[in-house]
Structures are given as structure tokens and as C-alpha cells.
Design a protein. Structure first.
Length: 261
């Protein structure tokens, strides 16, 4: 009887010892979780369609072509050649006498439009002031005649050899019209009035455009104009009159910066 009681006690103690372990094992069973997919990293947003005025972007057109319109600001040098001068005093020719006109540098504005990829039309607008003198023959040394402002609008049709390339040379032909204004006589030889007629003539040119950045271009251009000047000067009483013909034929050299619209 005592032996059975000891056996039952041992069994009860064993069950008590095992029960916490089983309970712990039961509670330690892992719960079921659903694994959500990880979101891909979001790239920072960037502005679309914006390109700075001084940037060359993917959307920037390289070179020049049909439909492009440019405005160019240049420094221009006007270099009169003064070929084949003739001078008359009171209707009598002065052998050996000739006219000399000074060089001048001024700003120039040019407007250019591309009719096709290769053909463009451009118009230059500037006005330059020149001193005019007579020399040689009966005039002896240099005699100051006066000064005049010249407005020579020139329209040119040009052929561009490399459309849609950064470096684009061209040649052109055109015409020049020339007005003389604000003419002032120097008073030499008693001459107080100075006038000149309207004139014009053909012109040829050659140059190059180079795309610097974005829509900005550098331009270098040389024009040769073939223009004659017809001028006369007289004193206040119109008793003395000097008349002159001069083949000005100016060479016009310009360099500047252009923007394409």
C-alpha cells in the first residue's frame, strides 16, 4: 500500500514537471505571417521640358535649318576702297585729284531667316560716320571736305554648306542701297554746303556660323559692296562748286553673337 502511494506521488510530480514545458512549447509555436513585397525605391522627380537659355539640352536643335530666325548683334568695320575718284571745280576736271574716306567701326544689327536648310535671307542695319577729304592734283595736300553719316541697308541671299552642323560656312550675293545723311562741310576753300545723292549697287559675301551653346551662335562675315558716291560742295553764294565721283566700294567686316528663335 505504501509502495503504491509512493508510485502515485512520483507520477503526479512528473506530470507537474512536464506540464509547463508542454505549455511553453505550445505557446512558442510560431504564428503565420504574410510577407508583403518590398516597394521599389522612388527616383526623385525631375522637371520635364525645361532647358536653360545658356544650356545645350537633348531638345536643342544642332545647327541651322529651314524656319530658323536669328537676330545678330555685331561689331562692324566699314573700310571704303575709294577707287576711281574724279573731282571737278566749277565744271572743270582737276587732273590727279581724288577723294579719300576714313574707315569706321560701329555696332550692326542683322536679321536672318532660313527659307530652306541651305538658303537664307538676311538684312543688315547700321549707320556709320566718315570724314571725307580731297587730295592730289590741283588740291595739293590733303584738304578736309567734311563729314557724312551713311546708312547702307543690305539684303543678301546666302547658301549654307553644312545645315544642321555646329560649323556652317556660307557664301552669298545681294544688293546695297546707300543713303548719306547729316552731311557737314568743313568750310575749307569757302565751301559751306555738302550734299550727296542716293546710290546703290551689288554685293557679295562669305562667312561662317558656329553654334556655341544652346541657341547662341558666333558669326564672322566679310562683304564686298560695289557702290559709287556722287557728291558736291558749294559756298554760301553758290559761286564756287566742287563735284566729285568716287567708287567707295567698301569692304565690310563683322563679328558678333546671334540668337536663334
Amino acid at each position: 500500500m505504501k509502495k503504491m502511494r509512493n508510485t502515485a506521488l512520483a507520477a503526479a510530480l512528473g506530470a507537474a514537471a512536464v506540464a509547463p514545458v508542454a505549455g511553453h512549447a505550445q505557446t512558442a509555436t510560431p504564428s503565420a505571417y504574410v510577407n508583403a513585397p518590398l516597394a521599389a525605391p522612388v527616383a526623385p522627380s525631375r522637371p520635364h521640358g525645361h532647358c536653360g537659355i545658356f544650356e545645350t539640352c537633348a531638345s536643342t536643335k544642332i545647327g541651322l535649318g529651314k524656319g530658323d530666325f536669328m537676330i545678330r548683334l555685331s561689331a562692324v568695320g566699314v573700310l571704303p576702297e575709294d577707287r576711281d575718284s574724279k573731282v571737278w571745280l566749277d565744271g572743270k576736271a582737276l587732273p590727279g585729284a581724288r577723294i579719300k574716306t576714313t574707315n569706321q567701326v560701329m555696332p550692326e544689327l542683322t536679321f536672318e531667316y532660313f527659307l530652306t536648310d541651305n538658303i537664307s535671307l538676311d538684312l543688315i542695319a547700321t549707320s556709320t560716320r566718315h570724314e571725307v577729304a580731297g587730295e592730289g592734283g590741283a588740291l595739293g595736300g590733303k584738304t578736309d571736305v567734311g563729314s557724312a553719316w551713311v546708312l547702307p541697308p543690305t539684303i543678301t541671299a546666302a547658301w549654307h554648306f553644312r545645315p544642321h552642323k555646329r560649323l556652317n560656312p556660307y557664301v552669298g550675293v545681294g544688293g546695297t542701297m546707300m543713303w548719306f545723311h547729316n552731311m557737314n562741310a568743313s568750310g575749307a576753300l569757302g565751301l559751306t554746303k555738302l550734299n550727296s545723292g542716293f546710290t546703290g549697287g551689288p554685293s557679295i559675301n562669305a562667312g561662317v556660323d558656329y553654334q556655341l551653346v544652346g541657341n547662341w551662335f558666333f558669326n564672322f562675315d566679310v562683304k564686298q559692296m560695289f557702290v559709287r558716291m556722287h557728291a558736291w560742295a558749294e559756298n554760301g553764294s553758290e559761286t564756287t562748286k566742287v563735284r566729285a565721283h568716287d567708287s567707295l566700294d567698301p569692304t565690310v567686316v563683322s563679328a558678333g553673337i546671334a540668337y536663334r528663335f
